[in-house]
Design a protein around this ligand. Structure first.
Ligand code: AMP
Ligand code: MG
Length: 322
């Protein structure tokens, strides 16, 4: 069975097509970006509505199939930005009804975990999921997914994007911060906020903004930001692995594209004799439709189709409610 998956939880509209063996036939990603300023939910949703038809067509052409070859439609049901989620859900319902295809709703965070497992061969890893809105350490246990640790306020991607916006970079800011960080030479002390298994980023963001406004250099601040915040993420991941006796770490989410974060994770795993798994293709790390299609195939096998009347979006859907 071939599944077509639609992603639209935040700034990215994606259409991915995956077969039952987990072969990705296509993965079209159309992100909403800005040169200045951040993501405005209404504008991002308008962007998704504008390009959804185009993205669908491109995905079918790239997969060398027609809509009649598709057997299942999956969509990101949550968590995410309501306005953006609505566009994907509406597109998926329409495709399902017009083509008489079963529909499944997918938990976006779990899709990151499942595509990572599929592509890296990780068996039952701890997932450090670091994306725009979400920052969670996830592991399975007793037949469900558990959030072992998470951010108490903003996601690390949003944190990076907010600081980037403050210092005049566009959206998304994570990749620009990574470029500047390489040029930093001096470590500037920042708050380090780990509370048990959780982290908090709001105070560090305020502190960084104040330091920038007082004249400290962008490069050193970006360097220090990465060293501090990534160390916090690696600390809670390591503690999760130690408590669970789990020797596999998987990275997922857009921030996992960052080379310094990957390097820190590699060093930590090496130190404790654990294995690090990072999907080689950045297109499956960021938000994308292929991961929704694959998680959709798994969800369909497990629980069957979703009624249209139950296909409402779930902006606050928690990973551990799955
Ligand atoms: P996602 O929501 O999973 O698509 O991830 C989007 C987030 O990833 C945005 O906040 C980006 O700023 C961030 N991001 C993308 N590439 C990088 C990078 N190389 N370093 C840090 N953050 C990144
Ligand atoms: Mg994501």
């Amino acid at each position: 069975m071939i599944c077509l998956g639609i992603e639209s939880t935040a700034h990215t509209f994606g259409v991915g097509i995956v077969d039952a063996n987990g072969t990705i036939l296509s993965n079209v990603i159309r992100p909403f970006t800005t040169k200045k300023g951040g993501i405005i939910p209404g504008r991002a949703a308008d962007h998704h509505a504008e390009i959804c038809d185009l993205a669908l067509g491109e995905a079918l052409v790239a997969a060398k199939i027609k809509m009649k070859d598709v057997g299942l439609v999956a969509f990101s049901q949550g968590p995410g930005i309501g306005q953006c989620l609505q566009v994907g859900a509406f597109a998926a319902r329409t495709l399902s009804l017009a083509n008489k295809l079963p529909l499944v709703g997918v938990n976006h965070c779990i899709a990151h975990l499942e595509i990572g497992k599929l592509l890296t061969g990780a068996n039952d890893p701890v997932l450090l999921y670091v994306s725009g809105t979400n920052t969670q350490v996830i592991a399975s246990g007793e037949g469900r997914y558990r959030i072992i640790g998470e951010t108490l306020d903003i996601g690390v991607g949003n944190f990076l994007d907010s600081f980037a916006r403050h210092i005049g970079l566009g959206f998304p800011g994570g990749p620009r911060i990574e470029e500047l960080a390489v040029k930093g030479t001096k470590y500037i002390d920042l708050p380090y906020v780990v509370k048990g298994m959780d982290i908090s980023l709001g105070g560090i963001l305020t502190n960084l903004k104040q330091k920038f406004d007082s004249g400290l250099g962008k490069e050193d601040l970006c360097f220090s930001l990465q060293e501090t915040v990534f160390a916090m993420l690696i600390e809670v991941s390591e503690r999760a692995m130690a408590h669970l006796g789990n020797d596999e770490l998987l990275l997922g989410g857009g921030v996992a594209c960052n080379s310094r974060l990957q390097e820190m994770a590699r060093v930590m795993c090496l130190d404790r004799g654990a294995k690090l798994f990072v999907p080689a293709d950045r297109k499956v790390l960021v938000d994308n439709g292929a991961m929704i299609a694959w998680a959709g195939l798994l969800a369909f096998k497990r629980g069957g189709a979703l009624n249209i009347s139950d296909s409402f979006i779930k902006p606050y859907w928690r990973t551990d409610q799955f």
